[in-house]
Write a protein that binds this ligand. Structure first.
Ligand SMILES: C[S@@+](CC[C@H](N)C(=O)[O-])C[C@H]1O[C@@H](n2cnc3c(N)ncnc32)[C@H](O)[C@@H]1O
Length: 319
């Protein structure tokens, strides 16, 4: 029997995330792959989308979970021909104030009055922040909800107990279906993060696009990796750039990698590529200056097959 005060991971995470992002600046805690090279490649995505659409008079670029708006501003800067014609909208729980950009304070997913937009909807390292539930296989082979009680984890009801799960706001049937298809647990102690909320977020994101491209770039994994490398799940937290155990008191930024194959299957026509391939063809140019050298090493970092190169680019387009 779990106490009445115990809540699911998704619920505890949502409230912790509100506290954390309400009080902290992303730059103090995360090193994202956002930077000059990424802005250049994303600028190409924006440009080619505009061309494909025949340079429409209303063209919009939306960045979801835009942080301080730095990445969107860097993309805008590199698209001078679009600066006047396009709208540049950054949405985050924090205020964004950048010349030429419209900042929206909102908790995602939210209504976006401009949708469906003609242009690009992007999210860089936002999907991994979308809270999800956690399931653990117990010593008797039952898959159980992991709950948070105070600041500790406890095992809650088994997914076979529909009523107890429903009392915690969890649809056990759909959770079991998702688990069986995407992240089957095999042994006691195996854990999974239920990606259904990220699938829904991706569906929502693509639904914002009337004509154009939706692009989510994030840490992720596919089924084969979950069966091998991620048997204990990927839930973790960051504080001041360091990985640390997740806590739900708002002192750390909680994250879990995205089940990108499940997101892809949630929206017909989605495609997936690694950042390594997404940055194919980029070059640092002649290594004749400190700036070129910096660019060279940045490119190596972003394409590192053991690091950021494994980052995923999830894309969907409609014309
Ligand atoms: C890791 S940071 C990435 C920021 C930026 N995209 C970048 O790459 O530099 C995640 C951002 O998502 C925002 N965020 C997280 N959950 C959110 C939510 N539910 N609604 C709006 N913004 C959210 C946070 O405030 C934070 O700025």
């Amino acid at each position: 029997m779990t106490s009445r005060s115990a809540v699911t991971w998704s619920r505890a995470w949502r409230s912790a995330s509100r506290q954390f992002w309400g009080a902290h600046d992303p730059a103090h805690h995360f090193t994202t792959s956002a930077g000059v090279l990424l802005a250049e490649r994303l600028c190409e995505v924006v440009r080619t989308t505009d061309e494909h659409l025949g340079s429409p008079s209303h063209f919009t670029v939306v960045d979801l979970g835009a942080g301080d708006g730095g990445l969107l501003a860097a993309i805008r800067e590199r698209c001078p021909e679009l600066q006047e014609r396009a709208r540049w909208i950054g949405v985050d729980v924090r205020a964004i104030s950048r010349p030429g950009m419209e900042g929206r304070i909102a908790e995602l997913p939210c209504d976006l009055p401009e949708a469906p937009i003609c242009g690009v909807v992007m999210a860089h390292e936002w999907l991994d922040e979308v809270p999800c539930d956690v399931i653990e296989r117990d010593d008797h082979g039952r898959d159980r909800l992991v709950l948070i009680e105070g600041d500790a984890e406890v095992l809650g009801p088994a997914l076979s107990d529909l009523e107890a799960c429903a009392a915690l706001g969890v649809d056990a049937d759909s959770t079991r279906t998702w688990l069986a298809r995407w992240w089957p647990l095999r042994e006691p102690g195996d854990r999974a993060e239920i990606g259904a909320t990220r699938d829904a977020a991706w569906r929502w994101m693509t639904g914002l696009v009337g004509r154009g491209v939706a692009l989510a770039t994030d840490y992720g994994h596919v089924r084969a990796e979950r069966r091998t490398t991620h048997r204990r799940g990927t839930l973790r937290a960051y504080r001041h750039g360091q990985v640390c155990p997740p806590r739900v008191d708002g002192s750390v930024g909680i994250t879990a990698d995205v089940s990108v194959d499940s997101c892809m299957a949630a929206v017909t026509g989605s495609t997936l590529t690694t950042q390594r391939h997404a940055l194919d063809g980029m070059s640092a140019g002649p290594l004749s200056s400190p700036a070129a050298l910096e660019r060279h090493f940045d490119l190596i970092r972003l394409r590192d097959p053991a690091g950021l190169g494994r980052f995923h680019w999830l894309r969907w387009e409609t014309w």
